[in-house]
Design a protein around this ligand. Structure first.
Ligand code: F0G
Length: 472
């Protein structure tokens, strides 16, 4: 592990090992960000009904709400936009996009969608039926909600280490093969396919090993079930495999990514992550089974199969992004970003999910705020405190996102209470991360003053986006 981390620090593969985040780009266009006062932030938070999703982005200094669609495009991507062919049917931009996806995944059937959740909705509508069960390491919230909406049970079968924030394991995103085996033996007839999320976003941005994907695919295949990757962060996962998996260090991230796709039968991708685009997604499939039904549904709700809810220029940006994201210097910078902030926080005694994942640092709110009970929603409370303290917006991954109010009024709670600080790609510099560390360490010194919250309003599905709160 130490050797792996050392290699991460090396920008050009030589022996110089700076601990800085080496950003492998220079900045061509800048956008101002605004400091606010603590009083302003307190008022803005009240106006937002204590829900950071309701803040105006302009009132946020460092926006770590998500790494989704928030990245900076490269000069090559901006140039490609001008090449966008906006024809309704058969646009040149579609064929470029299709070629880029086929080249990466090896899957012949490529269906563009406006973002990842549209891909989920379409595939699940055509490939599942009520009463089905779909296993994964951990389903992301939209994936889970789209399955539930179709009457399908999403099952999270991550390895036990994946649920222990402090346990170090190189591939904490791995799926528990023993539990998959039992599921297939006991309820195999209800499983239409298996899924796995690369990297495991809801479990801390943790990677999955090639070996685990291979064994999972083999288990599914033995029962005649396909494997569908939720591959939004395929490049970050591939880089972790290169750095951590025995025998993989000499391969390129592209070779590893291709192998990951080759082990599965299809993928759902939000291009807003490792597509390095601001919008977009796709379904790609190896065989024809679901293709026609998916295309028909696409026409009904997204658009014609050669644009799927996207402009031609978006397809161009994704085609370039899927290539750039696998550059090794970019991926070193990318993984070093989370690792760098994580090191600072650990040195200051802040508990985080260890080791750091690819796209984010996850603060362990239970340990940060030991005086709060589950019913105080500690991770939600911590996300509010970060904004109040320093204008930083993160997102709760805990019982607001994954708990539920049952029909009898009782609340269920999630085993983890995390605040995710997710990093837009190629947007912030090392100074921004130094500032973030200062704010978090300052807050830690005064953690006992942080108050819990109670729900004032909530929706049935994806309640975290719209819920309103009051202080406990
Ligand atoms: N799957 C995973 C693993 C995701 O992280 C996301 C989105 C999706 C599917 C859905 O994609 O947003 O394009 O519809 N994650 C974002 C996040 C929203 O902040 O983690 P989408």
């Amino acid at each position: 592990m130490a050797d792996m981390l050392a290699r991460l620090h090396t920008p050009a593969g030589d022996h110089f090992m700076p601990s800085t985040i080496f950003e492998p780009f220079r900045i061509k266009s800048v956008e101002p960000i605004r400091m606010t006062t603590r009083e302003e932030r307190a008022r803005l938070l009240e106006q937002a009904k204590l829900n950071p999703f309701h803040l105006r982005a302009e009132d946020v200094l460092l926006d770590f709400l998500t790494d989704s669609g928030t990245g900076a495009m490269s000069a090559r991507q901006w140039a490609a936009l001008i090449e966008g062919d906006e024809s309704y049917a058969g646009a040149r931009s579609f064929f470029r996009f299709e070629e880029a996806v086929r080249d990466l995944t090896g899957y012949p059937h490529v269906i563009p969608t406006h973002q990842g959740r549209a891909a989920e909705r379409i595939l699940f509508s055509v490939a599942t039926k009520p009463g089905d069960v779909v296993p994964s390491n951990t389903h992301f919230d939209t994936t889970r909600a789209n399955l539930e909406y179709d009457g399908v049970e999403p099952l999270d079968l991550v390895i036990p280490e994946g649920l222990e924030p402090r346990t170090r394991h190189p591939f904490k995103g791995n799926i528990d093969l023993g539990r998959v085996e039992r599921l297939l033996a006991e309820k195999g007839e209800r499983v239409p396919f298996g899924m796995i999320t690369l990297t495991n976003n809801s479990g801390g941005g943790q990677p999955v090993s090639l070996e685990n994907v291979r064994a999972y695919a083999a288990l599914l295949r033995a029962h005649g079930k396909p494997l569908v990757l939720d591959a939004c962060r395929f490049a970050e996962n591939a880089m972790f495999v290169k750095l951590r998996e025995p025998g993989q260090s000499e391969r390129t991230p592209r070779e590893i990514a291709r192998e990951l796709f080759s082990l599965a039968d299809g993928c759902l991708v939000s291009a807003k992550k490792d597509g390095l685009a601001n919008i977009g997604g796709f379904i790609a499939l190896r065989d024809e089974r679901w293709v026609e039904a998916a295309r028909n549904l696409l026409i009904l709700t997204e658009g014609f199969p050669t644009y799927g809810g996207l402009a031609g220029r978006d397809l161009e940006a994704i085609a370039v992004g899927l290539e750039e994201v696998l550059h090794e210097d970019y991926l070193r910078y990318r993984l070093r970003t989370a690792e760098y902030l994580g090191e600072k926080l650990l040195r200051g005694g802040v508990a985080i999910v260890e080791p750091t994942g690819g796209h984010a640092v996850y603060l362990d709110a239970r340990s940060f705020l030991p005086h709060l009970a589950a019913a105080d929603y500690p991770a939600w409370a911590l996300s509010l405190a970060l904004y109040l303290e320093g204008g930083i917006r993160g997102v709760e991954i805990g019982s607001v996102m994954f708990g539920k109010r049952l029909d009898d009024g009782t609340e269920t709670y999630h085993p983890l209470e995390l605040v995710r600080l997710a990093f837009p790609r190629r947007v912030y510099t090392q100074s921004h991360f130094d500032y973030a560390a200062e704010v978090i360490l300052e807050l830690k010194a005064r953690a006992r003053d942080v108050r819990g919250v109670r729900f004032a309003r909530q929706a049935r599905y994806l309640r975290h986006f719209t819920a309103e709160f009051r202080w406990a």
